[in-house]
Ligand binder design. Structure first.
Ligand code: AMP
Ligand code: MG
Length: 482
C-alpha cells in the first residue's frame, strides 16, 4: 500500500502528541468503504481490494511512512474545564498529500489505548462508527464543512458498553484534527511557547496568506470566529444538532467534528435535545449559536497569550452579526429569496413559530414548499397545520413577497430544491442500518451512504426515506455511550 505521507504535525515537538501504535482489532472485516472520500487521497474503488487494506485500517499494520500519534488537548466539557483529554482512542497515522497538494490527516478512531485513554478502553463500537460514518458524509452532501469518513472495519472483538457490543474502527479524513481544546491545553498548562508554535503551525498549514502579516494571530482568530459562526448558521438552517458541543469537539478550521449523539431535528423545536445524557439541555438545538460563542470565549482565553484583550473582544463581538447574517441568508434561500428585503426576518420567524406550534416536520415542509406551484392552494399542507388560518395567512404574505423577488416558478423551484434536502439522516434510519450491520448485513449502510451523499436529488424507490420517522423511531434515544 503506497501513500505519499508528509507528516508535518509529527515533526513538531512531542509536547503536542505521543507516539503510540494502534492496537489491531480481532478478526477484522470490511463493513463499508466510501469511494467518494477515497478520491481525496487519490484512491478509487479498487483501494479496498488492496491486500493490505484491512490490515492497515484495522490498526494491525502501520503503512510505510506513517508515524502514528495521539494528539493532546483539553477542553470545556458541559461548561467545565477538564485539564487533560487528548485522543483517548484515536491514532493519526499521518498526513497524505494528494495530487492537488492537499493534505489529509488519516486518523483511525477506535484503534486502542493511548496515553490519553483515562478510564476508557480505547475502542469504539460498530454502532457509533456507523453513526459517524453516515453523518459526516450526510453533512458533506448537504454542503456543510465536516471531517470525512473513508471506511469502517468491524471485528469480533467484544467491547463493553451498556451491553456487550463489537469493536470497530472508523478511518477519518480531515485537513486537520486541531481543536479549540488543543490551544486551551497549552494555555492552562502554562506553555506559551508551545501555544504560539501551534498557532504558527495552523497559520503555515491552513492560513498561509496571514503568514507575513504583523497581526497574523488576530487574523487567525478572526477567521476562526467567522468560520465557526458560519458553520453553526449552517447547522441551524438544516436542523442539525451536534449534541456534545464541548470545546474539544470544535475544529480550528470550522469543520463539524466528532459525531456522537447528534440528531437532525424532525418537528421544528428550538428546545430539541438530541443527546439523552444532556439532562439540562445545555446543547439543545436553539442554544447552539450561543454555545458557539462560549467555545470561542474559551479559545480567546488561550489566545490571550498572543493577542491583546481589546482585539480579542473586538473579534468576538463580530460573532453575532456574522452568525445572524449567514443564518438569515440561508433561511431566505430556503424560501427562494435571493435578494433579502426588510421584513424577511419576520417572514422567517413567523414561519418557524407556525412550524413549532403545529409540530411540523422541518425538512419535509421546506422540501414540500420548494416543489409546489405557488398559485395553487396547497392541499398537502392542509393536514400539517392545525392552525390552518395562521398558515394560510403566512402563505399570503409569502406569496406577495415572492412577487417582489422578480423570479419565475421554475427558477424558484430550482433554487429552493438546492437548499432544501429531501433526505436527512433521521436517527431511525441509522438505527436500522446498525441493527442489520450487527447481524452482518452491511447493505443498508451502503444504501444510506449513497442516498445521503446527494440529499437534494429525489431517488426512485427511496420514498420511504423522505418521510417522518415511524413512531418507534421518534422514541429512540442516543447518548454519549460510544
Ligand atoms: P468525546 O466525547 O467522544 O468527544 O470524547 C471525549 C474524550 O474522551 C476524548 O478525549 C476521547 O478521546 C475520550 N474517549 C471517549 N471514548 C473513549 C474510549 N472508549 N476510550 C478512551 N478514550 C475515550
Ligand atoms: Mg471528542
Amino acid at each position: 500500500m503506497q501513500f505519499t505521507f508528509n507528516n508535518t504535525f509529527s515533526r513538531l515537538s512531542p509536547v503536542f502528541y505521543r507516539k503510540v501504535l494502534p492496537q489491531g482489532l480481532e478478526n477484522p472485516h470490511l463493513v463499508s468503504f466510501n469511494a467518494n472520500a477515497a478520491k481525496l487521497i487519490d484512491q478509487d474503488h479498487t483501494f479496498a481490494l488492496d491486500e493490505d487494506f484491512i490490515n492497515v485500517f484495522s490498526g494491525k499494520l502501520v503503512p510505510e511512512g506513517a508515524v502514528p500519534i495521539s494528539m493532546v488537548y483539553s477542553g470545556h466539557q458541559f461548561g467545565v474545564y477538564v485539564p487533560q483529554l487528548g485522543d483517548g482512542r484515536a491514532h493519526l497515522l499521518g498526513e497524505v498529500v494528494n495530487k492537488k497538494n492537499e493534505k489529509w490527516d488519516v486518523q483511525l478512531k477506535g484503534s486502542g489505548l493511548t496515553p490519553f485513554s483515562r478510564s476508557g478502553d480505547g475502542r469504539a463500537v460498530l454502532r457509533s462508527t456507523i453513526r459517524e460514518y453516515l453523518c459526516s458524509e450526510a453533512m458533506h452532501g448537504l454542503g456543510i464543512p465536516t471531517t470525512r469518513a473513508l471506511c469502517i472495519i468491524g471485528s469480533s472483538q467484544r467491547v463493553y458498553r451498556e451491553q456487550v457490543e463489537t469493536g470497530a474502527i472508523l478511518t477519518r479524513l480531515s485537513p486537520s484534527h486541531i481543536r479549540f481544546g488543543s490551544f486551551e491545553y497549552f494555555f492552562h498548562t502554562r506553555q506559551p511557547e508551545a501555544l504560539q508554535r501551534l498557532a504558527d503551525y495552523v497559520i503555515e498549514q491552513h492560513y498561509s496568506s496571514f503568514e507575513q502579516a504583523s497581526d497574523k494571530y488576530i487574523l487567525l482568530f478572526d477567521e476562526v470566529v467567522r468560520l465557526t459562526a458560519n458553520l453553526i448558521a449552517q447547522w441551524q438552517a438544516v436542523g442539525f444538532s451536534h449534541g456534545v458541543m464541548n470545546s474539544d469537539n470544535m475544529s480550528i478550521l470550522g469543520l463539524t467534528l466528532d459525531y456522537g449523539p447528534y440528531g437532525f431535528m424532525e418537528e421544528f423545536d428550538p428546545g430539541y435535545i438530541c443527546n439523552h445524557s444532556d439532562i439540562e439541555g445545555r446543547y439543545a438545538f436553539g442554544n447552539q449559536p450561543i454555545i458557539g460563542l462560549f467555545n470561542l470565549n474559551c479559545l480567546a482565553h488561550a489566545f490571550s497569550e498572543l493577542i491583546d484583550i481589546d482585539s480579542l473582544r473586538a473579534s468576538l463581538s463580530t460573532y453575532q452579526d456574522t452568525y445572524l447574517k449567514e443564518y438569515h441568508r440561508l433561511m431566505c434561500l430556503k424560501l427562494g429569496l435571493q435578494n433579502p428585503l426588510p421584513g424577511d426576518e419576520e417572514i422567517v420567524d413567523e414561519l418557524l413559530s407556525l412550524l413549532h406550534m403545529n409540530k411540523v416536520d422541518y425538512t419535509l415542509f421546506f422540501r414540500g414548499l420548494s416543489t409546489m406551484d405557488i398559485d395553487r392552494k396547497y392541499p398537502d399542507f392542509d393536514s400539517l397545520f392545525a392552525d390552518q388560518a395562521g398558515f394560510y395567512n403566512w402563505l399570503t404574505t409569502y406569496k406577495n413577497r415572492l412577487l417582489a423577488e422578480n423570479t419565475n416558478g421554475t427558477h424558484r423551484k430550482k433554487l429552493m430544491g438546492n437548499h432544501n434536502p429531501v433526505y436527512i439522516l433521521r436517527n431511525y434510519m441509522a438505527q436500522q442500518a446498525i441493527e442489520l450491520a450487527e447481524k452482518g448485513d452491511f447493505s443498508e449502510v451502503d444504501r444510506l451512504l449513497e442516498l445521503l451523499s446527494d440529499p437534494f436529488t429525489e431517488k426512485k424507490g427511496a420514498g420511504e426515506y423522505a418521510k417522518p420517522s415511524p413512531e418507534w423511531g421518534k422514541q429512540l434515544v442516543v447518548s454519549c455511550s460510544s
